[in-house]
Design a protein around this ligand. Structure first.
Ligand SMILES: CC(C)(COP(=O)(O)OP(=O)(O)OC[C@H]1O[C@@H](n2cnc3c(N)ncnc32)[C@H](O)[C@@H]1OP(=O)(O)O)[C@@H](O)C(=O)NCCC(=O)NCCS
Length: 173
């Protein structure tokens, strides 16, 4: 199937927001999604964006059952490894079910790698749920290492009260 991958614009935020929810449903955590498309616009398309995003688009004649032509996305941002240097972190990679198996996911992943390499990134990293074996296999087939298996890293988060508590305990100047 013919598709095109392009940088997302503000106008894509409704589609991205819709697919963020679809991905969260797939990941069995839809209640965790609190981001609105307005917040995505603010956070990704203002002067100092927190993220960049690519979208996959199909021609009008291949639009989805729901009438959508934006059928996949990859949302990523830049991080830094004190061991290796600039890195790109892939937060979300998603292709709508009816479009899977056409090379769109691979196209998005490769494009993020290309964009990262152009910015001197030496790593492309991401997290995937333990039970999501289709995606774990997909990344492994593309040559990714599973660091939980090989190095034993845990994925740690402060959020809500625990984050507030930490910030409140910061030493005052
Ligand atoms: C993972 C996902 C993005 C892949 O997208 P896709 O468009 O279906 O994948 P593609 O058609 O581009 O497949 C690309 C390659 O991966 C292979 N592949 C796809 N699924 C695979 C699987 N489950 N196991 C092994 N290889 C797989 C394809 O055979 C193809 O191989 P090739 O490059 O040798 O031809 C898509 O399945 C998806 O959105 N899944 C649900 C959401 C998700 O889990 N996202 C990742 C969260 S971390």
């Amino acid at each position: 199937m013919h598709f095109r991958i392009r940088a997302a614009t503000k106008e894509d935020c409704k589609d991205i927001s819709r697919m963020i929810m679809e991905l969260a449903v797939y990941e069995k955590m839809p209640d965790q999604v609190k981001i609105s498309h307005e917040e995505l616009e603010r956070d990704g398309f203002s002067q100092n964006p927190f993220f960049e995003c690519l979208v996959a688009e199909v021609p009008e004649e291949h639009k989805s059952e729901g009438g959508f032509t934006v059928v996949g996305y990859a949302l990523y941002f830049y991080t830094y490894s004190t061991w290796k240097g600039p890195s790109v972190y892939l937060e979300d990679l998603y292709v709508m079910p009816e479009y899977r198996g056409n090379g769109i996911g691979k196209g998005l992943l490769c494009k993020v790698a290309e964009v990262g390499k152009k910015k001197q990134c030496v790593r492309l990293q991401l997290s995937v749920l333990n039970w999501n074996t289709p995606s774990r296999d997909f990344y492994a087939a593309k040559g990714a290492q599973d660091l939980t298996v090989s190095e034993g890293w845990h994925f740690i988060r402060f959020e809500g009260q625990s984050l507030d508590d930490l910030a409140n305990e910061a030493p005052k100047d």
